[in-house]
Write a protein that binds this ligand. Structure first.
Ligand code: AMP
Length: 413
């Protein structure tokens, strides 16, 4: 089915063509007609499914059909959890709207850098704003922006917005928006908090559910390799060499570990850089640009990088440390196998983390065979639930997580 069949006008189908979007992805085919009709949309989709263009194309069509005033009144507001995602969305919008005879003005704003250039950008108003919630409120508080004329609100990666603690900011923003508006909410996962938010802001939404492994979605091969925790660095180096990966994203649990592991890899001749929340925006952007241009071979990231980043044709993601939650697992491995390409996700599982990995498997309803690499066979074996001290691993009493891990290891959940 071509884009034109979805109700897009020639200017927008041409814009899609300039990006080599010839056939709509599943979420685009479902979302574009609904958004053009003015309906609210509740979309379950990962980054990588083509969801940015799924809302950007119809949004742009509605905006060019409308009347622009001087100064420009903000008509579309897109909230994103991270600066990387906000920048990415604004780049897609700019690319799709570049050839319009009367260009729409898109402004992107996020925290962590000076607010002044963003206030300057907003002089004369804007048609579209892509922002992280905190910085958006700062701009509103400084009278740089009014959102009382917004016609369409997009919440992108709503689960991540709530995970990052933006619930209060979102509520304040909602209170400043017009009651009559179109609202679109996209999320990779739907815990109760996201469902409540969706119930609160959406009116009779069109529900769209795109599984990660849909036709348009990524095909990700997942592997679990058993290794002693202290030998993971060595094994990682071996895997990178043996497989000839020219680019890889490695996830670790802490900023410190990201620093140390990239130092270790550089030491053995693998060009690696850390990527975490404490680094300046300039360093984070440079690491991504270098990975994209093959100047850098490996990025070692904390979960700040797990969502929203679009690194084309990233062949492999490695969980050096396992993620804390099953949802984070989904987000992490979604960095590989983008837009129909195949990808590989490797998990390094040690005796200490076996029970936790089983929990992730159970929650996400998959089970991987455990592999061993010659020379890296683990000396330690997983602690069986029965051998876990009665008080649990962390504290004196078993936490809910400890109990869930034990049940998972027994195959009960
Ligand atoms: P997103 O889920 O919006 O982050 O998009 C993931 C990737 O898919 C990006 O690299 C897009 O450029 C690409 N993409 C989006 N829509 C299409 C399409 N219809 N055909 C081919 N690639 C697409």
């Amino acid at each position: 089915m071509p884009f034109a069949a979805l109700g897009l006008v020639p200017a927008l189908t041409r814009a899609a063509g300039t990006q080599n979007f010839i056939v709509p992805t599943a979420i685009q085919a479902a979302a574009i007609p609904a958004i053009l009709r003015g309906q609210d949309v509740l979309g379950r989709a990962q980054t990588g499914s083509g969801k940015t263009a799924a809302f950007a194309l119809p949004l742009l069509q509605r905006l060019i059909a409308g009347r622009s005033e001087t100064p420009r009144k903000l008509r579309a507001l897109i909230l994103a959890p991270t600066r990387e995602l906000a920048v990415q969305i604004s780049e897609v919008i700019l690319a799709l709207s570049r050839s319009f005879p009367q260009p729409l003005k898109t402004v992107v704003a996020f925290g962590g850098i000076s607010i002044n250039p963003q206030m300057m950008d907003l002089r004369g108003g804007a048609d579209i704003m892509v922002a992280t919630p905190g910085r958006l409120l700062d701009l509103i508080d400084r009278n740089a922006l009014k959102i009382g004329d917004v016609q369409t609100l997009v919440l992108d990666e709503a689960d991540r917005l709530l995970d990052l603690g933006f619930a209060d900011e979102i509520n304040r923003i909602l209170s400043l928006l017009p009651v009559f508006r179109q609202s679109l909410l996209f999320s990779a996962t739907f815990p109760d908090s996201v469902q409540r938010l969706a119930d609160n802001i959406l009116l009779n939404p069109t529900r769209i559910d795109v599984e990660a492994k849909s036709d348009a979605g990524p095909a990700i091969v997942q592997r679990a390799i058993e290794v002693d925790s202290r030998r993971r660095g060595e094994l990682l180096t071996r895997l990178i060499h043996d497989n000839g990966w020219t680019r890889a994203l490695v996830f670790v649990a802490t900023q410190n570990e990201a620093e140390q592991l990239s130092y270790l890899l550089c030491h053995v001749g693998i060009n690696a850089a850390p990527f975490h929340g404490e680094l300046s925006q300039r360093k984070r952007s440079a690491a991504l640009a270098d990975l994209n241009s093959h100047a850098l071979q490996v990025v070692i990231a904390t979960d700040v990088a797990a969502r929203g980043l679009d690194i084309p044709q990233l062949p492999v993601v490695i969980n050096y440390d396992l993620p804390r939650s099953a949802d984070d697992y989904t987000h992490r491995i979604g960095r590989t196998g983008r837009a129909g390409e195949s990808g590989l996700a490797i998990n390094l599982v040690s005796a200490e983390t076996e029970a936790h990995f089983r929990l992730i498997e159970n929650r996400n309803k998959f089970r991987l065979p455990r592999e061993r690499i010659a020379g890296f066979e683990p000396a330690q074996t997983a602690v069986l639930p029965a051998a876990v001290p009665a008080g649990g691993i962390k504290g004196k009493r078993k936490s809910r997580k400890d109990k869930a891990r034990e049940a998972a290891a027994r195959g009960e959940t």
